[in-house]
Design a protein around this ligand. Structure first.
Ligand code: 3H9
Length: 697
């Protein structure tokens, strides 16, 4: 216990230092340690004040999430915090790193809070499907006022020390040594004398809910728009509202029940799973920590098209100089002009200021020759999806690029082993598969060809993190992990339209599940011709016995490429992006169905859900079985960040475990009987059902 909370005395100030790496989470041992050492400070006649600080990188970043699946053990955090109210000596929280969740609640239980300038504090609990359950919903409104408190509690985003000072959460920002500054602050409050502020006491300006209806409604609306389908932000608001109509102790008691029910919810289980799943992606079983990444001080991008531009922006935004190469001056000029326009749009939307735009744009240089890439530490090819074009590019690159440069392709489905095989340096070649728009979407699939060296892979993963992306490793196969596991969903969506469902009906089932857009509306956005070209390039490998996407082909033959053509699965106003149902699609689907001998019928929402979801899950299982994805959770992280799958559902593989693999297998087999071999069940799915196992647990 002494190890997790250390006690020492500096002058007449006790310093309690929490040491529970990596983030000083408030585990059972830490809670016990805080209580014990606080009592020691209280009893110590040589002590007038107590400073609470974190050892290592941070003040406690919250309750220990790993303990959430175990029965709660006393002392509960709220009791630890409430005990501080009775201590007559002033207690000062000295914050560095991130004071989050229970960490900030503990700080709010102290009489004063000081922090270093780069500290951040917040209440991110809603992101875990819970809300601040150690009286944060009661104390923060009293400290920061209702609006600021709801901002932190409902939106779950941390604020800077400067903002926290402005909100009244902090009493002082300490420049220089935090502990020394906190001790000096403690001495000054002792000299100033009592009373010391206690955050559970009533505060002026915090009246009954009726006085704050507008503010409360504002956050209810925000909870609906930013956390569609998610319960915890609403529970957080109710908890705050309880505090407006009840005395502190009664509101805390009501919180207890509400918190336990949130913690036990499926949404919270899924969100906690997603939290750890995201962190797992960094762990590659056969690449140890001793493998260091190659330094990247400058980069190159081949292609100034939509993807190339997005990639260049994502690098320039984090301070990396980047050279964009195009085949000719006209294409380059057009690409660079569009880059400038994109940055100008960011300024006009208030996302960045003029100076930042100029600075970032100045990091992007255009060139029309690969020679300009000779100094780049990383080159990402984002050219047309054509294997021969890519082979040619890499042939040129291997000559120009300096030794040790990592050469990446942004292909979304091609055989990178085949590309690497044509060069003399396959160890340098990896896939970096971005999702559009590349500067916005956080997903980055790091594809590992057979001959890539471990340090090239580590470099790709580290580069992902540096550019603010979530890097997830994938093996080489057609479509890798993300697109390969999603393709069956899109396939089924189009088959369902062929069989009688409307695009609106199909898309609605998926948006009702929590996806931001339905698969057919997404196809319209990205262009139906993209997958059409892919199907054409694979024509020689087509299985004549498997059902084929005739309807999707027909749409393309008719020029219905989606939004850019004004027509796709939906109809669009000229220049518009809002999908409108189009009777023409129904007629086309009916004609194709007739040609294929398909009798159209009414299709239920349940069937649409099962067809789309189980097709993806079955493919995910195959991907896992083949070792293309290392973990089921990696597939889930790709769906969360690549496709906007609702985080509170965990991901498709997590959801599969929730539904029950036995039920899924039974349905997959039933679909196989009706729809044929595309529905052949994954042998991993069969094995897991036989063994009673799961993908994620
Ligand atoms: C809460 O407080 C509830 C209370 O209101 C009420 C209670 C009654 N617990 O992210 P990183 C691990 S809920 C356990 O890679 P970074 C993490 O898994 C909590 N473990 O580092 C990883 O382990 P590993 C509210 C935790 O520098 C390692 O620490 N708080 C916790 O990129 C490093 O993490 C939050 O939601 C935890 N609370 O980011 C904050 N936090 O090395 C959650 C981290 O084995 N945490 N770990 O993979 C974060 O947001 C980030 O971890 C943080 C550091 C910003 C702190």
């Amino acid at each position: 216990m002494g190890n997790v909370v250390n006690y020492k005395v500096d002058g007449r100030v006790a310093v309690l230092a929490i040491e529970n790496p990596p983030v000083n989470a408030l585990s059972h041992a830490v809670r016990e340690g805080v209580v014990t050492q606080m009592e020691r400070g209280v009893a110590d006649d040589g002590v007038d004040a107590i400073v609470l600080i974190g050892v290592g990188r941070t003040f406690p970043a919250g309750a220990d999430i790993r303990e959430f699946d175990q029965p709660a053990r006393e002392p509960h955090l709220v009791a630890v915090i409430d005990r501080l109210d009775d201590i007559k000596k002033p207690i000062i929280a000295a914050i560095h790193g991130t004071a989050l969740g229970g960490g900030l609640e503990l700080a709010l239980g102290c009489n004063f809070r000081v922090a270093v300038p780069d500290a951040r504090m917040g209440m991110p609990e809603v992101n875990l499907g819970i809300f601040p359950g150690a009286a944060g919903t009661q104390r923060l409104p009293r400290v920061a006022g209702l609006d600021h408190a709801l901002e932190l509690i409902v939106l779950g985003k941390p604020v800077s020390a400067a903002k926290a000072l402005e909100y009244g959460i902090l009493d002082e920002i300490i420049e220089g040594d935090l502990q020394a500054g906190a001790v000096a602050f403690a001495e000054s409050v002792v000299s100033a004398g009592v009373p010391y502020p206690i955050s559970s006491k009533p505060r002026d300006g915090i009246g009954p809910p009726g006085e704050h209806a507008e503010t409360i409604d504002k956050y209810r609306d925000l909870a609906n728009s930013r956390f569609r389908g998610q319960e915890s932000p609403h529970q957080a608001i109710e908890s705050v509202v309880d505090g407006l109509r009840m005395p502190y102790a009664a509101a805390v008691a009501a919180d207890r029940l509400r918190f336990e029910s949130c913690k036990a919810s499926r949404q919270s289980a899924a969100l906690r799973y997603a939290f750890f799943a995201e962190r797992e992606t960094a762990k590659i079983h056969d690449i140890g920590k001793e493998v260091t990444s190659r330094p990247i001080d400058s980069a190159g991008v081949i292609g100034a098209g939509t993807m190339g531009r997005g990639i260049a922006i994502s690098m320039a935004d984090v301070g990396l100089p980047v050279t964009v190469v195009e085949t000719g001056q006209d294409a380059l000029d057009a690409g660079m002009a569009e880059l400038t326009r994109l940055y100008e749009a960011m300024v006009s939307r208030g996302r960045i200021d003029e100076a930042t735009k100029d600075e970032r744009l100045s990091r992007i240089t255009g060139a029309v020759s690969y020679d300009a890439l000779s100094d780049a530490d990383l080159v990402i090819e984002a050219a047309f999806e054509d294997l021969d074009v890519k082979k040619e590019i890499f042939g040129a690159l291997e000559v120009v690029a300096k030794a040790g440069a990592v050469l990446a392709t942004n292909t979304s489905y091609m055989d990178i082993d085949a590309i690497a095989a044509t060069t003399s340096r396959p160890e340098d070649i990896i896939g970096l598969h971005y999702f559009a728009p590349a500067n916005v979407m956080r997903m980055l699939e790091v594809v590992r060809p057979a001959k890539a060296s471990p340090d090239a892979i580590t470099t790709g993963m580290k580069f992902a993190k540096r550019t603010g992306k979530v890097g997830v490793l994938a093996g080489v196969c057609h479509g890798f992990v993300a697109n390969r596991s999603r393709l069956p969903l899109v396939r089924e969506a189009t088959f369902l339209v062929e069989e009688g469902a409307s695009p609106v009906q199909v898309d609605k089932v998926l948006t009702d599940l929590g996806m931001p857009m339905g698969p057919l509306a997404v196809s319209d956005l990205s262009g139906l011709d993209v997958s059409w070209r892919m199907r054409q390039s694979l024509a020689s490998e087509r299985d004549p016995e498997a059902r084929y996407m005739h309807l999707a082909d027909r749409m393309c033959e008719l020029g219905r490429f989606g939004i850019k053509a004004g027509q796709g699965w939906y109809d669009y106003e000229v220049g518009g992006r809002h999908p409108r149902p189009d009777a023409e699609v129904e007629a086309i689907a009916a004609a194709v169905a007739r040609e294929q001998g398909i009798v159209r019928r009414d299709i239920s929402e349940d069937e649409i859900r099962a067809r789309c979801l189980y097709a993806a899950i079955n493919e995910g299982a195959k991907i896992l079985d083949e070792g293309i994805a290392a973990r089921a959770s990696d597939i889930d992280v790709m769906w969360l960040y690549g496709f906007g799958f609702p985080r509170w559902r965990g991901g498709i593989m997590f959801m599969a475990d929730e539904i029950g693999l036995g039920k899924i297998l039974e349905q997959v087999r039933a679909f196989e009987e009706v729809h044929g071999k595309l529905w052949a069940p994954s042998s991993l799915l069969e094995r897991l059902v036989a063994e009673g196992g799961g993908f994620t647990r």
